[in-house]
Design a protein around this ligand. Sequence first.
Ligand code: 13P
Ligand code: SF4
Length: 328
Amino acid sequence: MPPDFKELQNEILELKRQRNAIILSHNYQRVEIQDIADYVGDSLELSRKAATIDCELIVFCGVHFMAESASILSPDKTVLLPEIGAGCPMADMIQVNAPRPFREHFPGFDNPPAYVYPAEYSLMDIKRDHPGVPVVAYVNTTADIKAESEICCTSANVVKIIESLPGDTVICIPDKNLSMWAAKNTKKKVIAWDGYCNIHERVTPEDVLRAKEEHPSAVVIAHPECRIDVLELADHVTSTSGMLRFASSSKAHEFVIGTETGLLHRLRTENPGKIFYPLRQDMICPNMKKTTLQSILRAFRENTYVIKVPEEIRVRAKRALDRMLEIV
Ligand code: 13P
Ligand code: SF4
């Protein structure tokens, strides 16, 4: 680690102590940030921490929707996102209300196993088409989408959340891949929407076949944000922290990891005797990598950037997050 990293880390840790702060880091953050965080985890674990942690200030090293969820769950704490431009393109893909130029050509919705609404549709269009059908919002959504949804889910609990709901149909937004994977693992009908993560979407079945050929003894683990034809070829499908649990309990010695490469740091440190290969070298989320030690230091010094949700939206969004946290 470069020596100036050590200096920056020490300065941050001192400010953290003075401000009674907690640093939360997603599993995809830079190594030098994960190393000074109080908690490193997946979206579900970090939401849980944000809801229960005792501190005055949360510095959230992740992307915007994650800091927003922390602020929704803990409105009395100050939540800082060190890089205001660290967004999640998938979370910004669906809107509550949007133009719908192709509506008259809409072909119907009962093609099994999951019907994917085209991206021109807003959440309100889908709700209007399916009155009374509950909406499950992936946590990778904005606060106003959560506020219009019955319940949230993460990649760690989507099937359990869908099955907790009454009726035989759910609307699951915005990730078509996560929704189709959930549809394959539940008897309920899942109405999906055409969102995706461009980092996970770039993985192809050929990548999996090539990895299996290059590492024939390795177990291939993929994140449910990957395409369904990729997930069908993987040996195991789970969230980022699910991958950590699986790798440490598995008897296998080698693993191919189908998610953002930031997770390799924890996988390798927590499993020193095992070998981990990225499924693709270019699975790097530029938004997750925007946060640096310098931006965390600036966050402490200048109180940047405070994430706060208007109360009317926060209360309704919190209901959806709380319902999820009650179930898992
Ligand atoms: P996890 O919930 O598995 O941490 O995933 C969050 C995410 O943004 C995946 O791209
Ligand atoms: Fe969003 Fe994909 Fe980055 Fe996760 S990896 S934060 S889903 S863009």
